[in-house]
Design a protein around this ligand. Structure first.
Ligand SMILES: NC(=O)c1ccc[n+]([C@@H]2O[C@H](COP(=O)([O-])OP(=O)(O)OC[C@H]3O[C@@H](n4cnc5c(N)ncnc54)[C@H](O)[C@@H]3O)[C@@H](O)[C@H]2O)c1
Length: 440
């Protein structure tokens, strides 16, 4: 600081206005002054160089430096990159004769969390991937991670399916035998607010994932979530996989339908083994707060009105509610029965398996019955407002024909709505207690 003083003193003495800086009349004094000025300037420049070098060094050594963005962005741990890789490898190590290693996208989502746990518990290697997006309460996603996934040893990479570099890195690190692709922008009504999120995750992200999987030397088989919403405005019930799906009633449904077409193209060209599962209104503990059974419960607990939709001419709205455990069993069977992909990153060696399968409960229940069941379980009288169903994505009825699922997957749903809702309500009351729940 003392060494700096003369320089600072000199700088302080430089007039702020350049026009006022004139040499003195005496030439000796002038030469001496100029000499002092040059020496001081050189010292000053040296000190500035040292100062700037220190700042640059601190910047590059800092953990938040832009030279190491991945560490912050993609992991759920704050330790170094080698730890990150070690944890992923550990999570991906199978301990059963099946030797399955599954990448689960959307792993902290409702179905993803349950499926990851089931896979890990039976001995499959599992790595989760999720961008923890804020479509609904992110604390619920984090709670699924800390309550369901962490205790089972499922490592979740925080990242987006649109991040090709990240996906390639994961595929270089781990030899995945299967991908259970559940990451998507779900929900039909949100498309009125944020249509692009559906394109970004359900189309761009899906293609990005397929591109990486297609290029893997030993391509994994893919099981992915389509939706019953592809049946759109169809009125023939039950919905069968052979029915036309040309009338989507929402952008969400349109992106899932597009996903099925895209999946077919990758299967045809690149030999990827692909199974698309059309889920029907999945519900249960740790469920999705944007779904009717969930926000009806929340509103009823908070003495708020619930809107009950009815179709044209007071038609009943009904859903083929499918309990989470049944859907998870269907996912696991789809993984187990998936045949190997036939490509090798360049050329397919033969036809690969392509399946589209309904996973429903095959017994639709009216929304009125759903509310009556919740009233009994919550011991609360619902304040109902019956309104005409708006034309923003919902359809009056869903009903799955599950004969193909029975045949291909040995699938047999075993939980009725009353039993499943009882488990949901128990979880809901445990999780939220007396506190008011929120979903955004
Ligand atoms: N729950 C149902 O009733 C139902 C019905 C039909 C189809 N589906 C489909 O099943 C799948 C899982 O549904 P869910 O109910 O568990 O939904 P969810 O929203 O709880 O789970 C989806 C997860 O994917 C993640 N995600 C979204 N976009 C991503 C991206 N670009 N990159 C990485 N992660 C991303 C989200 O953060 C979320 O955790 C979805 O594909 C959904 O469309 C669900």
């Amino acid at each position: 600081m003392t060494a700096l003083k003369p320089i600072l003193h000199h700088i302080d003495n430089i007039p702020s206005h350049t026009g006022k800086f004139k040499p003195e009349k005496s030439s000796v004094y002038y030469i001496h002054h100029r000499l002092r000025f040059h020496i001081s300037s050189a010292k000053c420049a040296l000190w500035w160089i040292i100062f700037l070098s220190l700042i640059l060094m601190l910047f590059f050594l800092s953990p938040t430096s832009t030279t190491t963005p991945r560490r912050r962005h993609r992991t759920t741990i704050s330790t170094g990159i080698s730890n990150w890789k070690r944890e992923i490898k550990l999570s991906a190590t199978p301990c059963s004769v099946r030797n399955h290693v599954v990448l689960v996208t959307g792993a902290v989502g409702f179905i993803g969390a349950h499926a990851s746990v089931a896979l890990k518990r039976r001995g499959d290697g599992v790595v989760g991937l999720d961008n923890f997006n804020p479509y609904y309460d992110v604390t619920l996603k984090s709670a699924r991670k800390s309550n369901l996934l962490d205790p089972e040893g499922v490592f979740v990479v925080k990242g987006d399916i649109n991040d090709g570099e990240l996906l390639r890195e994961l595929f270089d690190l781990i030899h995945f035998t299967h991908v259970l692709h559940l990451a998507a922008q779900a929900g039909v009504r949100y498309a009125m607010i944020n249509p692009n999120s559906y394109i970004k995750s359900n189309i761009d992200g899906f293609v990005n994932l397929l591109e990486v999987v297609k290029s893997a030397v030993d391509q994994p088989a893919i099981v992915w979530a389509s939706s019953s919403s592809v049946y759109g405005l169809n009125s023939k019930v039950p919905f069968s996989e052979t029915d036309q799906t040309d009338q989507p009633a929402s952008l969400y449904a349109a992106t899932k339908k597009a996903g099925e077409a895209i999946a077919h193209a990758y299967n045809h060209i690149h030999g990827l083994s692909i199974t698309g599962l059309r889920f029907f209104t999945v519900y249960g503990p740790w469920g999705r707060p944007d779904m009717a059974y969930f926000f009806f419960t929340k509103n009823m607990m908070n003495q708020k009105h619930i809107k009950i939709f009815e179709g044209a001419n007071h038609g009943t709205v009904a859903r083929d509610f499918t309990y989470i455990d049944d859907v998870v069993k269907g996912c696991l069977s789809a993984i187990d029965s998936a045949k190997k992909s036939t490509g090798n990153g360049k050329k397919k060696k033969g036809e690969a398996q392509f399946r589209i399968i309904n996973l429903g409960n095959t017994s639709p229940v009216s929304v009125h019955k759903l509310v009556r069941t919740l009233e009994k379980l919550l011991k609360v009288k619902a304040k109902k407002k019956v309104v005409l169903m708006p034309r923003n994505g919902d359809v009056p009825l869903t009903h799955a024909d599950i004969s193909l699922a029975r045949m291909e997957l040995g699938y047999e749903p075993s939980v009725d709505l009353g039993t499943g809702l009882k488990k949901f309500v128990k979880w809901y009351l445990d999780y939220y207690g007396d506190e008011k729940s929120s979903w955004r």
